[in-house]
Design a protein around this ligand. Structure first.
Ligand SMILES: Cc1cc2nc3c(=O)[nH]c(=O)nc-3n(C[C@H](O)[C@H](O)[C@H](O)COP(=O)(O)OP(=O)(O)OC[C@H]3O[C@@H](n4cnc5c(N)ncnc54)[C@H](O)[C@@H]3O)c2cc1C
Length: 400
């Protein structure tokens, strides 16, 4: 049982049946290892389902019954503990494989709780069969950290709504099938004036433009021009969207922010230090190298423990808001430290990019140095995590 107090002991081990599941997933991932599906240098936010081979891989996960393991049986789920979703996500992330989090977690679980019969009938079977991909649209040019200030306008018309406006940072919009999007249905209310809609991504009123990040990943700007959405595709009740957005984040704790990519990076750094020579001297004898590697390994263990706190809280049906913020802040900033240390130790060659035959560790840390900046922004910036820890965890006053 992960992270639960057991008498006087804290026992972080998985139960035997959960360990069996972990071994089964590992064996499956080794059998299905493929450069078309798995990113050899994954980062925390990077595993999308953006190509046909990755979609085929997702359907294989579905055939094994691994999508929707914690959903109720009446919707095709397995009614298993969320720990199984966690074990699956961690294993996928370690191997750089695509992840089902958005469909199964954010969209699927919210539709199960609040969706009308039509949404349930259409979306839930397709999600659980691994046939459908979603993009999530909350952020706008003037609404990022304060997403509840979103202004994309939804006007009531006969039989539905007309959406007009502009979203930014919609990752996956260029390949997703459906858009899970928040819009303002009441201009006089802030949190109580937002409604969630599902929009077909190939709607003629949507235009999608690429935004490339410093970490070489594509995200998108999306413009809405008279986009009609039928009443059937309103999620839950009108003006309750903000509640569902927050709830979905809480439901998503198991599938968010795996530590696997960081574990793999620290292992690659240790391996490099163990085998590399400089001026005919093994790097492993260099005191600075030993100090940095020891720090990386030790701090990785701290990140794992913080993550287990999140899971332990969620398994007891508590909302791990402060625990999640502590873990995200620490893990993302550790990712940056590890990339910095690696580049310092590797010297000038560390700056060679992936694809250059002379790049140490295949250029992994050069890319990571850039990508880890992105990790500290997506899913809520480090400053916002610090605010949550200060206000909700420590009871300090708001900073503005
Ligand atoms: C690669 C990537 C993928 C993304 N994918 C999606 C997606 O799929 N869907 C989606 O909806 N969004 C997505 N986002 C958007 C992401 O959630 C926002 O970028 C993030 O919430 C920050 O908002 P912002 O960029 O508008 O920055 P701002 O909110 O404008 O913040 C600017 C700076 O001010 C700081 N700041 C803001 N408010 C405070 C405060 N109260 N106290 C202290 N400091 C503060 C921030 O920390 C930051 O340093 C993605 C972002 C990135 C980078």
């Amino acid at each position: 049982m992960v992270g639960l107090l057991d008498g006087d002991d804290v026992n972080f081990d998985l139960k035997p049946e959960e360990q069996d599941f972990e071994h089964e997933v590992e064996a499956f991932l080794r059998e299905n290892a493929s450069p078309e599906v798995m990113d050899p240098h994954p980062e925390q936010l990077s595993q999308t389902v953006d190509t046909l081979p990755k979609r085929a891989f997702m359907r294989k996960l579905a055939e094994r019954g691994w999508l929707g393991m914690s959903w109720p049986k009446e919707y095709g789920g397995g009614e298993l503990s969320g720990i199984y979703d966690f074990v699956l996500t961690e294993a996928l992330s370690r191997h750089g494989a695509p992840q089902p989090g958005k469909g199964v977690g954010i969209v699927g679980k919210t539709i199960i709780r609040h969706g009308n019969a039509k949404l349930k009938e259409y979306f839930l079977p397709r999600i659980i069969r691994g046939e459908i991909e979603f993009a999530i649209g909350y952020s706008e040019p003037q609404s990022g950290s304060d997403a509840a200030s979103m202004q994309l306008q939804a006007k009531k018309v006969e039989g539905g709504w007309k959406l007009d406006g502009h979203k930014i940072w919609t990752t996956s919009a260029h390949f997703a099938d459906w858009y899970w999007v928040g819009a303002r249905t009441d201009p006089d209310e802030k949190h109580g004036g937002i409604t969630l809609f599902l929009v077909e991504m190939d709607h003629p009123g949507l235009s999608i433009h690429a935004t490339w990040t410093i970490g070489d990943e594509r995200t998108n700007e999306v413009f809405f021009d008279d986009v009609f959405v039928s009443d059937d595709f309103v999620v839950g009740e009108v003006n309750k969207g903000w509640r569902y957005i927050c709830e979905a984040l809480d439901l998503e704790r198991f599938a968010m922010m795996p530590v696997g990519p960081l574990e793999e990076k620290v292992a690659a750094l240790v391996d490099w230090a163990r085998n590399k020579k400089r001026d005919d001297e093994p790097m492993r004898k260099d005191p600075e190298t030993r100090r940095r590697v020891a720090q990386a390994v030790t701090q990785l263990e701290v990140a794992r423990m913080l993550q287990r706190r999140v899971i332990s809280e969620a398994l007891q049906d508590r909302v791990p808001t402060v625990e999640s913020s502590r873990y995200k802040l620490y893990m993302n900033e550790l990712g940056q430290r590890v990339a910095n240390w690696a580049l310092d130790l590797m010297g000038a060659a560390g700056q060679l990019k992936p694809g250059d035959p002379d790049a140490p560790v295949g250029g992994r840390f050069e890319r990571s140095y850039r990508y880890t900046v992105v990790d500290t922004i997506g899913g809520g910036t480090s400053e916002i995590q610090k605010n949550i820890i200060a206000q909700r965890g420590l009871g300090l006053p708001r900073n503005f």
